[in-house]
Ligand binder design. Structure first.
Ligand code: ADP
Ligand code: ZN
Length: 728
């Protein structure tokens, strides 16, 4: 007897379910209408593909993405699953052939576009068959609140009534609760049958770098991921064309993609990318919808995206196969100004929303301390509770050494003050550099005492310095024009001529180690290249994309465990029985020849541990901490004071305390001396009361303690006391 687990292994060649796949499948098999929300790459397809093979009758999949249907059907057929699609891209003969195939009852899965489903021809065909499951892909299209509302989706509800015995499964990667609620209400689903997976894509390494020389920064990535697939997103069509031709001249395998190209060229470029005939696509955000390519190894944002939502969707196209993938965002102030310029052309609500979106992505990009995943996931209403993700630049960064920037910092701060705290960084830099531009002259800023006193640094260096002064809390930045004003900290520093530490040059790309995820394999690159070549030959011969033959993950495992028999080949991820029969011998031959030549032996493939269940499954061991946190903790223990550390890393007391807190929470101890105690301003009585409150409520959350003390102690104070409490 077939079960969902046996189909997972025998047909698809996978050992374990991804989070929530099992739950969704079991719910559907129990014939309960189900809503499943999973991120891109989360594995939504198996949620209906496996049930379709267990049901006696037909599973109908409604999907608006015509370009994906063919791809899905090709992949399914390679696994030996009888599937067809019906949409407007088929010729009348092909259409009829597929209809006949369905009529004979041989098809398990039928993909249709919503408008096709609504035609009398299809409705009458379906009424003559047993339909066991109606799957609605991209179900957010049902909601007027979604970003992609399609009126014809509403009519699916009527169709559903015609098949009262069919269970309904709605799938989407759009998670806002408003849309979810709408889907449930429209389809009359019960809340209990809703499954929402975590949107954390653990295999994506997330990095933000200052945009210094974006072309060479991109080339560096291309060199690092030689021969691998990647996408470079640019803001404008012009930029796409320029960058694509520049890279092509340098010999890279690259094509442009944007809405300005004619249909034929655009489709060809996309197709070439999907088939691994082209390595890199340089594109505007127009690229990506309807692309299923699992082995995109990197995504570069050459320009700042307009919102976190867009950004997350774009990086989500990397690493769908679950293997490590690298996402690099190049960030510059100039981009913020550029986007602001476009926002200024808008009006009213639209303008307000655009500003909000921009501010959120700017905050994300400028944060050099917290885990990148935190704000991203919070944006989607999810709390990221891990101390570190171990797979973003901030969690893995090695702190840089700071130098004395007191003199230029003072110049900058006084210039902000002299200009009446009414301008953004760009204008202040112009004044310091003695620019004669219209704005400077109009405001008569050429008459300020700080005019032209900063020629020892260039524009880039000043801009970088301004950014640091903001993040260190000397300047606050307000409003849509990012107007700078001095904080009390700055006034203090100016008065006392206190030293300010920072990074003078435009930051070198920060030293970051990429998190090596636990499941990353140390595979034989040479053999992998040969296997890839073979895969490409077979794919071209069959007229399908290479990933239809085998995924990168499968080839990676082959190049790790060197399977030499049909039996051990079946143990490799992604090798089901049909694929083993169809392609097994060819690949075994390649592996055997290679192993003989290099005296290599087959290795045992370890049995995978069962997949973590449910939402928020964590990739980390308890107590794993970021590199910077570890270093701060160790330096503190070696005798540095909190003040020393603040100065060295150019951050606030609070930041150092956060690092120390994380360090302690991960099970480390801190030296006991008077340094932390010296930061306390609470009276001994208050301190005792706080400790008693920690005893009562635990030190996990500060709010109850804050309330217990009637708000007499600020949170910052409570944080220091908590640290003392934890190490005492
Ligand atoms: P989504 O539709 O949610 O974006 P897909 O269904 O296309 O995601 O799945 C993304 C990739 O993950 C595909 O290449 C698929 O074969 C693979 N995949 C899905 N489920 C599993 C699993 N349980 N184990 C291993 N790989 C899986
Ligand atoms: Zn992180």
């Amino acid at each position: 007897m077939h079960t969902h687990t046996s189909i997972l292994k025998n047909t698809f060649g996978y050992d374990t379910f991804r989070p929530l796949q099992r739950e969704v499948i079991e719910n559907v098999m129990a014939r309960r209408d189900t809503l499943s929300v999973m991120p891109t790459g989360g594995g939504k397809s198996l949620c209906y593909q496996i049930p379709s093979m267990l049901f006696e009758g037909l599973t109908v999949v409604v999907s608006p993405l015509i370009s994906l249907m063919k791809d899905q059907v090709e992949q399914l057929r390679a696994y030996g699953v009888p599937a067809v699609f019906l949409n407007s891209s088929l010729s009348p003969q092909e259409y009829q052939a597929n209809m006949d195939y369905i009529k004979r009852g041989e098809v398990k899965l039928l993909y249709v576009a919503p408008e096709t489903l609504l035609t009398p021809r299809i409705l009458s065909l379906l009424s003559s068959l047993k339909v066991d499951c109606l799957t609605i892909d991209e179900a957010h299209c049902i909601s007027e609140w979604g970003h992609d509302f399609r009126p014809e989706y509403r009519q699916i509800i009527e169709v559903r009534k015609r098949f009262p015995d069919a269970v309904c499964l709605a799938l989407t990667a759009t998670a806002t609760s408003r849309v979810r609620q709408d889907i449930r209400a429209t389809l009359k689903f019960a809340t209990t049958n809703e499954f929402v997976a975590s949107f954390n894509r653990e295999n994506l390494f997330i990095e933000v770098n200052h945009k210094t020389d974006p072309t060479s920064q991109s080339i560096k990535m291309l060199e690092r991921y030689k021969d691998q697939s990647g996408i470079i997103y640019c803001f404008s069509r012009k930029q796409v064309d320029e960058l694509a031709s520049h890279l092509a001249r340098k010999g890279y395998s690259v094509r442009p993609y944007h809405a300005g190209l004619d249909d034929v060229e655009r489709r060809k470029n996309q197709e070439d990318f999907i088939r691994d005939d082209v390595q890199i696509i340089v594109a505007t955000v127009a690229f990506g919808m309807g692309i299923n390519k699992p082995n995109v190894r990197f995504v570069i944002h050459f320009d700042l995206p307009k919102s976190i939502e867009g950004y997350y969707q774009e990086i989500g196209r990397a690493g769908r196969d679950g293997l490590p993938a690298h996402c690099l965002l190049l960030y510059s102030y100039a981009d913020v100004a550029k986007l602001n310029y476009f926002i200024d052309q808008k009006e009213g609500e639209e303008r307000r929303v655009a500003i909000q979106h921009l501010n959120a992505i700017v905050r994300f990009a400028e944060d050099e301390i917290s885990c990148r995943r935190k704000p991203l996931l919070e944006y989607f209403g999810e709390t990221f509770t891990e101390k570190t993700c171990a797979n973003c630049d901030n969690c893995n960064s090695v702190p840089v050494t700071l130098t004395d920037i007191t003199v230029p910092a003072q110049k900058f701060l006084s210039c902000v003050k002299r200009a009446d705290e009414k301008f953004g960084a760009g204008h202040i830099v112009d004044i310091l550099l003695g620019s004669k531009n219209e704005k400077v002259l109009r405001w008569e800023h050429n008459k300020l005492s700080t005019y032209g006193i900063g020629t020892e640094l260039n524009k880039k260096q000043w801009t970088h310095l301004a950014r640091q002064l903001v993040s260190m809390g000397y300047l606050s930045q307000e409003g849509e024009y990012h107007t700078l004003s001095l904080t009390t900290k700055a006034l203090d520093a100016l008065k006392k001529r206190a030293p300010i530490m920072g990074i003078l040059e435009e930051a070198k790309e920060r030293a970051t180690k990429e998190g090596k995820k636990k499941e990353e394999l140390d595979y034989n690159r040479a053999l992998f290249a040969i296997l890839r070549q073979k895969r490409k030959e077979l794919a071209d011969a069959g007229g399908v994309p290479p990933y239809v033959v085998f995924s990168d993950r499968t080839l990676t495992e082959m190049a790790t465990y060197y399977p030499q028999s049909a039996e051990s080949l079946l143990n490799i991820a992604g090798v089901g029985q049909v694929k083993a029969k169809q392609y097994g011998d060819v690949f075994l031959e390649v592996i055997k020849t290679y192993c003989e030549k290099h005296s290599l032996k087959e290795k045992m493939r370890p049995h995978p541990s069962p997949s973590p269940k449910g939402r928020g499954a964590s990739p980390n061991d308890e107590g794993e901490i970021g590199e910077r946190t570890r270093i701060v903790g160790e330096e503190y223990n070696e005798g540095d004071s909190v003040a020393d550390l603040m100065k060295r890393y150019g951050v606030t007391t609070n930041t150092i305390l956060d690092h120390l807190m994380r360090y302690v929470s991960a099970g480390n101890t801190l030296r006991e001396d008077h340094d932390l105690q010296s930061l306390v301003s609470a009276t001994p009585d208050q301190q005792q009361a706080v400790f008693a409150a920690f005893d009562e409520f635990s030190a996990e959350r500060l709010k109850p303690v804050f309330d217990k003390l009637n708000g007499t102690l600020a949170y910052d104070e409570l944080k220091i006391l908590r640290m003392l409490y934890m190490i005492s």
